[in-house]
Design a protein around this ligand. Structure first.
Ligand code: ADP
Ligand code: MG
Length: 345
């Protein structure tokens, strides 16, 4: 350790992870895939593997208890972890839950948190198998680890996209971000005058997308039924732009993504316009959608086309061609992931 001091923001989240882990070498043949994907892959037999993923949620950083009911928080903490197992094309089966909690919280509050965790366990068919409980000086932290399984031949890594593959997203994007904007706006109003009731009317969909996101476990089943195995896959936690860049970087390909093809719900667009925001920018950089982003070979076009849960938004190109966003006027803009260099999640 030298006297040198480097600020975290100089490296950013992903730069920091790379920096801290670059000198680790896997020593066990069972470690099929370590750091760098949505979940680690542990080989357990010739054709079966376990998938493991961890996500931590911190009060004041990832959630604000002023508008996040504890029941929803518990549900969301499980869903975001199940989402990472889905992103490997696997099935989540168990979770461990670790909490750090200050004496600001009564037992009843934690019961509510666990009610949400229990609901999610039942919806996603996962078992709570352990965890850890400790005290914290301030606030609440929750760290969940999800364990899943998959046949090795079915696992979709971030690194498998090929030139000319189609880029597909599920659901619609940007809604969770706009939901957060509404909740933040009403928080400010409330702080200024607690007598004013929050005005959330007409924003149910986007608020629900923020407070109670779902892992797209249903998509994993649809893909199986359709006989489609994605060549690469990631879940959209940090915004479409950032996830496209992860797929491209891991797969050594470029990409063309078309603005007019990005699925955005009318309620998201309307709210974005209310806030003077461009709806596409919200979809690209908003985050917390927990939809799946994947690539399929052109030969699967007929199987994916017209599926109400899936939108083809672009195609992969040669790495040297770069990563481009084609706007509605047909101009190409080089895609840059916002928040790329900030340690903000
Ligand atoms: P996701 O957004 O899918 O949850 P992350 O961006 O959080 O993935 O993490 C990317 C990769 O880096 C994952 O493989 C994760 O396990 C790994 N990772 C993140 N933080 C650390 C850490 N502090 N030490 C080791 N590995 C880490
Ligand atoms: Mg992920």
């Amino acid at each position: 350790m030298s006297n040198q001091r480097t600020e975290l923001e100089k490296l950013g989240e992903f730069g920091l992870i790379d920096h801290l882990t670059k000198d680790f070498v896997n020593q066990n043949p069972s470690t099929s895939c370590g750091i760098g994907d949505d979940a680690a892959v542990i080989s357990i037999s010739d054709d079966e593997a376990k998938l493991i993923s961890t996500d931590m949620l911190i009060e004041g950083v990832h959630f604000n208890l002023m508008y996040m009911p504890l029941k929803h928080l518990g549900y969301k903490a499980v869903a975001v972890n199940v989402s990472d197992i889905c992103a490997m094309n696997g099935t989540a089966e168990q979770i461990t839950v670790s909490i750090a909690v200050s004496n600001r919280f009564p037992v009843e509050a934690l019961e509510e948190l666990y009610e949400g965790i229990r609901t999610a366990c039942s919806i996603y068919n996962v078992d709570l198998i352990g965890g850890d409980t400790t005290s914290s000086l301030s606030g609440l932290s929750i760290s969940i680890t999800a364990i899943g399984s998959a046949k090795k031949k079915d696992i979709a890594y971030r690194s498998g996209a090929k030139e000319n593959d189609l880029l597909v997203t599920t659901g619609d994007l940007g809604a969770a971000y706009m939901g957060l904007q509404i909740l933040e706006r009403e928080k400010v109003v409330y702080n200024e005058n607690p007598d004013i009731q929050p005005d959330l009317d007409g924003h149910d969909y986007i608020i629900e997308r923020q407070l109670k996101p779902e892992a797209r476990k249903d998509i994993i089943l649809f893909l199986k039924e359709l006989g489609v195995k994605p060549t690469s896959m990631i879940d959209i936690s940090d915004g479409l732009a950032s996830e496209i860049m992860h797929l491209c970087k891991a797969s050594n390909v470029g990409c063309h993504v078309y603005d007019e093809k990005i699925p955005i719900d009318a309620k998201t667009s309307m709210t974005a316009l209310e806030f003077n925001l461009d709806p596409s920018t919200c979809a690209l950089n908003g985050g917390e959608d927990y939809e799946l982003l994947f690539t399929v070979p052109q030969s699967d076009f007929e199987k994916v086309k017209g599926n109400p849960h899936m939108s083809i938004i672009g195609h992969m190109t040669n790495e040297a061609d770069g990563i481009y966003f084609i706007d509605k006027s047909g101009s190409s803009l080089e895609l840059k992931a916002q928040g790329w260099s900030h340690l903000n999640d």
